[in-house]
Design a binder for this molecule. Structure first.
Ligand code: AMP
Ligand code: GLY
Length: 426
């Protein structure tokens, strides 16, 4: 099988490495890919959001499968276009991807089908949103832009002024672009967060091993929200009892709700959960693998990923046994200084071997490129996801951090406390 993976971050690198283990895969391609992925798959400079360009590339490569990893091409309908042209695709249709593409859609879905989530109201006018915020008079409160905003469309306002500023900046200054033409104001929830990615074919939901993201830029969960500064799996807060409750109250009801809406979901459905004092609630859905969750979830998968992709596409997940490794996995993100705000790129990375890897860890490249003379340079905010497995979380973290300390570039920044909250749970 020849497989084309769409995307170019750490998640896509982890997907490529797992596909490379598959007995069915003969050739791997990636578009656009990055400097680290290029060591393992031939990369093509087609943007992930270029639907026609990707179709043309898939045809030229005579790909058997296309794995659409990022949210934006899925929300734009790339999976539909490829399926209409005879390709096998991993990724949901446009109709199903709206579960991530519109927070208004997903909140209304949860309300209609009684799936536990934060209480909320939807607004299309700033004045009405502000009036509602004042009448609630409860802080913190959460203000979310409706559409995709690179995982950053959420503002947690600590007081009335911050909430009013959030509404103005989303609806009038359009800080998240057109995704801010509608907004959701919702109740602030508390409790440990858990990410659960699940394969679903519209008939069966197969949750993967759980994980925990670390979204803030700085130690102690301080600083700005980022795309994720590190992850661990499994998530110790996600006990078997909670997993069963989530299956019954959230996962299966969500799959059934999407079927009832004629938006059957085939692919990876991501449940961002908060374990509140009143039970698990959905914070967000994503229509795809999480980043950097994938970097700690896929290394734990024993089953051939291509077999799962086949079963997802032909609706036979119920007959496929899926197994996971024991132990734990940890990923620490090495980011450019200043990320998620202004940062510089083009810095030479030292400490990596010819394959872009380092000893005793897997290095998933997120924002790297190869210079003309073959050097690895930084090219994004999140640069590398340095990942290691171990018999337990402490040993996985020790290995990952030992590797992190051998890799460097000017201005490199990482959190030193990835996994500490998970260790404290035990
Ligand atoms: P999201 O982009 O929806 O994942 O939100 C980013 C982060 O904001 C989440 O991971 C949570 O930490 C936080 N967040 C979002 N919604 C809420 C909420 N209703 N209550 C508390 N925290 C929230
Ligand atoms: N790690 C969160 C996300 O992928 O959106």
């Amino acid at each position: 099988m020849k497989v084309l993976v769409v995307g170019g971050g750490g998640r896509e690198h982890a997907i490529i490495m797992k596909l490379a283990e598959s007995s069915h895969v003969t050739e791997l391609f990636c578009a656009p890919g990055n400097g680290g992925i290029a060591k393992y798959a031939k990369c093509f400079p087609v943007k992930a959001t270029d639907l026609e360009g990707m179709l043309k590339l898939a045809k030229e490569l005579a790909a058997d499968w296309v794995f659409v990893a990022p949210d934006d091409p899925l929300v734009l309908g790339m999976a539909d276009l490829l399926r209409e042209n005879g390709f096998k695709v991993f990724g949901p249709s446009k109709a199903a991807a709206i579960i991530e593409g519109s927070k208004v859609f997903s909140k209304n879905l949860m309300k209609q089908y009684h799936i536990p989530t934060a209480a909320y109201e939807v607004f299309t006018k700033a004045d009405a949103a502000i009036e509602y915020i004042k009448s609630q008079n409860s802080y913190p409160t959460v203000v979310k832009a409706d559409g995709l905003a690179l995982g950053k469309g959420v503002i947690i306002a600590q007081n009335e002024q911050e909430a009013i500023d959030a509404v103005h900046s989303i609806m009038e200054d359009k800080i998240f672009g057109e995704s801010g033409s509608q907004l959701v104001v919702e109740e602030f929830l508390t409790g440990p967060e858990v990410s659960v990615l699940a394969f679903t074919d519209g008939k069966t939901v197969c949750p993967m091993i759980s994980s925990m993201d670390h979204k803030r830029a700085l130690d102690g969960d301080n600083g700005k929200n980022t795309g994720g500064m590190g992850t661990v799996s499994p998530n110790p807060y996600y006990t078997d009892t909670i997993a069963k409750q989530c299956m019954d109250e959230i996962f299966i009801p969500t799959m059934q709700a999407m079927n009832a809406e004629n938006r059957s979901f085939r692919g990876c459905l991501y449940f961002g959960l908060m374990l509140t004092p009143n039970g698990p609630k959905v914070i967000e859905y994503n229509c795809r693998f999480g980043d950097p969750e994938t970097q700690v979830v896929l290394p734990m998968l024993e089953t051939d990923l291509m077999d799962i992709m086949e079963a997802t596409e032909n609706q036979s997940l119920d007959t496929l046994p899926m197994t996971w490794k024991s132990g734990a996995c940890a990923c620490v993100i090495l980011a450019s200084g200043g990320y998620p705000e202004k940062y510089e790129t083009g810095k030479e990375i030292s400490g990596l071997d010819a394959m872009g890897q380092c000893a005793d860890a897997s290095v998933y490249h997120a924002g790297t490129k190869l210079s003309e003379d073959g050097k690895l340079l930084t090219s994004g905010g999140r640069v590398l996801g340095i990942t290691a497995s171990g018999n337990d979380l402490q040993s996985a973290l020790d290995k990952a951090y030992a590797a992190v300390r051998t890799v460097s570039f000017e201005g490199a920044h990482y959190r030193t406390d990835i996994g500490q909250r998970a260790l404290a749970a035990k």
